[in-house]
Structures are given as C-alpha cells and as structure tokens.
Design a binder for this molecule. Structure first.
Ligand SMILES: Cc1cc2nc3c(=O)[nH]c(=O)nc-3n(C[C@H](O)[C@H](O)[C@H](O)COP(=O)(O)OP(=O)(O)OC[C@H]3O[C@@H](n4cnc5c(N)ncnc54)[C@H](O)[C@@H]3O)c2cc1C
Length: 546
C-alpha cells in the first residue's frame, strides 16, 4: 500500500506534534507513531521547561548555565537561539491551552499573573516553568487535542517506521546504498495491527523519534525509546554525532515493581538531600554545589557510593520539609511512591541512577536540517549542538519546541519549491524469500544481552578495556541479527532490536574515539578534559556502499 503526503512526521512527542501542527497550515501531514499517540518520553517529563521569566533571571544567565553544563562542547550560536526563543515558545503553549502553574502570590492578580518557576540542578536561577510535576503530560495532552482536531493531519497509530527511503535506496530491505547527494522521499512503515509494510511517500520527512534509553538495562525512558530515528538516519547515510554523551539520571525509584519511574530533579531543587544507608549525606564529598550539582556529577557520585558500599541503592530525603508542601508540589511523585509503600513526606526514597537522555543524535543545522535533502530531525533524536557534552536539566523540551518552530519554517520553504513530480515512483517493500520468524528467543535474548552489555561496559564509568569488550559482543550480536533480519518477515520487536544494536554500536564507537573525560563521558584511563585534542564533536557517517 502506498500513501502520498506532503509532510511525513515520524513520532508523536512534543517535537513531532508541534511540527505537525505548524506545517499543517501549508499542506497535508501524515503523522505516524509506533504505539499510541501518547506513548513518548514527553508524556513522562515531570520537572518542567527551562525558560527565562524570573525578575532576577536573564538570557545571559541561562546561556551561561547551559554552556557550563555542556562542558566546552555546546554550539554557542544554538544556545543563544534556543534560550532567546524560549519565552515565545512557552507563550505559544499557553495559547494552545497548556496550564502551567502560576505563582501563588499572583493568583489574585488576574491582570499579570506570573508563572511559578522551579529551580533544578545546574541552574543559577529559578526558571523551570512547570505544570505541577506532570509538565510533559500536560503539554502532550494539549498538543494531542489540537492534532486530533486538525483535518489536515492524518494520524497513524501503531505504525513503526522501518527505514527511510532515499533517492538511491536499493529497494531490497536492508540493502540501503547512499550517494552523498541524497534526497529523502519518505519511509517504509510497518502497520503493526495488519502486519503489512506500507510505503509512505513524502515531500518532506521529519524524524522526531525521541531518545535511546532502552539501549540500557536501567532507564527512565518508556519502551518506545529505542533510538529508531538515529539508527534509520545513520543507515540512510546521514551524519550522527556525540553519541558518547548519554545522560544518566541520578535518581530513579529503586523498587522491584517500579518500572522506569523517575524521581524528578526538582525534589533536590526543593531541598531534597541524598543520603547513604546509614542516613549520612554524601554529596559534599563530590561537589561544592552538593545536592544541586549537575546530573553527571550526582550520578557518578551515587555510582561510586554504591560500588564502595555494595548497597542496592542510596536514598533521597525530603521528609524534613513541610508535608503539605511536598504533597502539593509533587502530587504525582507522592502518590506513585505511596503506591509502592513509601511515604516521601515521612521517609527517604530509595534511588539508583538510570539512562535518561541522549545528548547526541542526528546532526542538524540551525533549522533542524540533516545532511540528507528534505530530511529533518528535531527533539531528542537530533544533535543540534545545544547540549554539548551534557544537557542542562529541563533544556530538552524547550529545544524540541524551538526547533519544531525553526524547522517548520524551513520545511515549508523547501516544500514550496517542490512540485507534484518531486517524488519519484517508489517500489513497494520487497519481502520475497522471507518467512515468518521461528526463533523469537533470538530476538528476546539479544535484546537482553545488548542492554546488559551496555549497562555493564558502556555505562556511567567507562574504560578502554570495557569498551573493547562491549564492541566485540555487539558485533557478534549484530551479525546474528543481520542473518535473522534477511530471512524473516519484519516485526516491531525485530525492527527495534536491529535499531538498539545499531545505536549501541554507534555509542561505543563514539566513546572509544574520545580519549578524555568530559561532561557525561567518563573514562578511567583519561580522567581529565583535554581541550587541545578533544574540544570537538565526535562525528560518524556510514561509509558509502556502492
Ligand atoms: C521520565 C522523564 C522525565 C523527563 N523530564 C524532563 C523535564 O522535566 N524537562 C525536560 O526538558 N525534559 C525532560 N525529559 C526529556 C524529555 O521528555 C524528552 O527529551 C522529550 O520529551 C523528547 O521529545 P521528542 O518529541 O523528541 O521525543 P518523544 O517524546 O520521546 O517522542 C518520540 C515519539 O516517536 C515515536 N517513535 C519512535 N520510533 C518510532 C518509529 N520507528 N516509528 C514511529 N514512531 C516512532 C515514539 O513512539 C514517540 O511517539 C524527561 C524524560 C523522561 C523519560
């Protein structure tokens, strides 16, 4: 089946939804998403969105904090762009019906109510615009409501993109060859309900497929975060960058029944203190900012404490604060912890670090353009240069919003230069000679092995030896996946397995390349930052296969 559209948007998080709404004013949009529309990292975002609204705050301060966190690798032009565009994008969300918290003192002043601003680690000012502790859910819900009402947007849920279609893509699956003058014409997409591969032909294609958390055993990310956009773009010949910079969130709830549940940074922002099993605070040993240090410092500190003590978790304690304040500020966290038998107003919460955010991704310019014509990438799947070697907390939602705006303007311009002949005839998906998979154990075993291998060898603390070991394992697994992929019909699990293996390979390659420690990349063999040799991005591009 072939579906023709003006804009193909892959992913229904904040990046994809916002872009879809903007470009829909100019053409037809097909929005595909691999599960339900709400299944995204965005829905899980708790803390909020960083933007300059405070009377003591300024663009310069937000820029300075972002650059400090990025540890010498941010693109300062991009930082300025995102920070200065931030307030307009927040106002746009408010106009779309997003209810952010208003400062209590201003509730009576209906003329000029001020947004309530939280503070998070690495921010020198209060600047986190939030909707209680469910900011992502509030934003996602508002955008989804608008998308569903928009007649120019056709939504395809349970549709998982397999591969991009570039001009020189040979149409036998897996055999993608690229020239350096490629054009993207859409994607092959598996309709999971009908088990049918459809050809989506588009004038403009957007990758907004989110993060890569599922590459690791422990993650705060939901199941959809398998790095599909990065893997697809790399296979199609796009440049990817800085994938060694994986942010581990220091505080995920440690409980056998709690899958991926994050204890927001904002808890430390509001006075929460990290303590060990004996109840002793330990952050002062690691950073002068103590519990408000940047995420990587806190995650490494917890990793060190756990390796030293052999304990299963450390604890985050906010029980010294007024219990009514805690319940009101963190209603979602409070309820969730209570459902696991932990009353955070009265006792410390057991926490461990977990893979949380991918700073690297598909390389783009200031408009979200990749180096494949008519292919854009925005949101967590992209590497714009904003985060450098370490993302500042709450800078990702704002990046996605600013780039949805910038990319939509550029994409519409591109679109207007194209006519109806701009998409060549694309042959359908070719699955001759394949049968239904008979060794599903191969898929589930390799899923597990990749994630364990990445956690153990390519985690918070790395070494050359561990990376080399991981590289060998992942190469073997990829060999098996390739054989299986060629012989059997595709399924969502197989598509994702292939993608997490590719992303694992790319993370390892980037990590092996960088012979220093910087931001989120820490290698015990090169413990300091080396600006002379390594103050540059790690860039990878798939070799040309003729
Ligand atoms: C628990 C948690 C808390 C967070 N808190 C904050 C915070 O407070 N502030 C902040 O700024 N950031 C936060 N983040 C990070 C932030 O939520 C994400 O970076 C951001 O939401 C990414 O948006 P996105 O649109 O790029 O991707 P997502 O929201 O992840 O959306 C990606 C979409 O692509 C779809 N998709 C993926 N692959 C395919 C495919 N092959 N085919 C079709 N569809 C596909 C997915 O199903 C999903 O719909 C948090 C993240 C997590 C996990």
């Amino acid at each position: 089946m072939q579906i023709k559209t003006d804009f193909l948007v892959i992913g229904s998080g904040v990046a994809g939804l916002m872009f879809a709404l903007k470009v829909a004013q100019f053409g037809k949009v097909a929005l595909i998403t691999k599960q339900g529309i709400m299944d995204s990292n965005t829905t899980h975002a708790q803390g909020g969105i960083a933007s300059v609204f405070g009377s003591l705050d300024s663009f310069d301060l937000h820029i300075r904090d972002t650059l400090a966190s990025g540890d010498g690798l941010c693109n300062s032009e991009v930082v300025e762009l995102v920070v200065k565009n931030g307030p307009d994008r927040i106002r746009e969300l408010i106009d779309l019906g997003v209810n952010f918290n208003i400062n209590e003192k201003d509730l009576s002043d209906s003329e000029s109510p001020q947004l309530d601003l939280g503070r998070e680690g690495g921010h020198s000012q209060k600047r986190i615009v939030h909707a209680q502790d469910m900011t992502g859910l509030e934003v996602e819900t508002a955008l989804v409501n608008h998308v569903k009402k928009n007649k120019r947007i056709t939504l395809f849920e349970n549709h998982i993109a397999i591969d991009l279609i570039t001009f020189s893509t040979r149409m036998k699956r897996g055999l993608i060859t690229t020239t350096h003058e490629d054009y993207c014409h859409g994607a092959y997409v598996l309709d999971r309900k009908k088990n049918e591969v459809k050809t989506f032909c588009a004038k403009i294609t957007l990758l907004a497929t989110g993060g890569t958390g599922k590459v690791y055993l422990y993650t705060s990310n939901p199941d959809v975060a398998t790095g599909d956009g990065i893997a697809m773009a790399y296979r199609a010949g796009a440049t990817v960058a800085d994938l060694e910079f994986v942010q581990f969130h220091p505080t995920c709830l440690y409980h056998p029944d709690a899958k991926n549940f994050l204890i927001s940074e904002a808890v430390r922002g509001e006075g929460g203190i990290l303590i060990d099993t004996a109840g002793k605070p330990f952050m002062e040993k690691y950073d002068p900012q103590k519990d408000l240090a940047c995420r990587d410092v806190v995650a490494r500190a917890i990793d060190t404490e756990l390796k030293k003590s052999g304990d299963d978790s450390v604890f985050l304690d906010i029980s010294h604060k007024d219990s009514e304040f805690v319940k009101k500020r963190f209603p979602n966290l409070y309820e969730k912890c209570l459902s696991f038998g932990i009353d955070m107003t009265d006792e410390p919460i057991p926490v461990v670090p977990a893979a949380h955010y991918m700073c690297g991704g598909v390389s783009t310019d200031m408009y979200g353009k990749t180096d494949i014509h008519r292919l854009y990438a925005i949101g967590e799947t992209a590497c714009t240069g904003l985060h450098g070697a370490n993302r500042l907390a709450s800078n990702s939602l704002i990046e996605a919003l600013v780039y949805a705006h910038k990319a939509s303007i550029q994409a519409v311009e591109d679109f207007h230069t194209l006519d109806s002949n701009s998409i060549p005839d694309l042959p359908p998906w070719d699955e001759t000679g394949t049968t239904h998979g008979d060794e599903l154990i191969m898929v589930s075993h390799n899923w597990d092995e990749i994630r364990r291998c990445m956690w153990n060898y390519v985690g918070i603390v790395r070494s050359d030896k561990r990376l080399a070991r991981a590289e060998r394992r992942i190469q073997n697994i990829q060999h098996e996946i390739r054989e299986y992929y060629w012989d059997f019909k595709v399924s969502a699990d197989l598509i994702e397995l292939r993608n997490i293996a590719t992303v694992a390979e790319l993370i390892i390659k980037c990590a092996m390349h960088r012979k220093e420690s910087r931001g989120l990349h820490y290698n015990i063999e090169y413990t300091s930052r080396d600006d002379k040799r390594w103050q540059k991005d790690t860039v990878l591009r798939r070799p040309f296969v003729g």
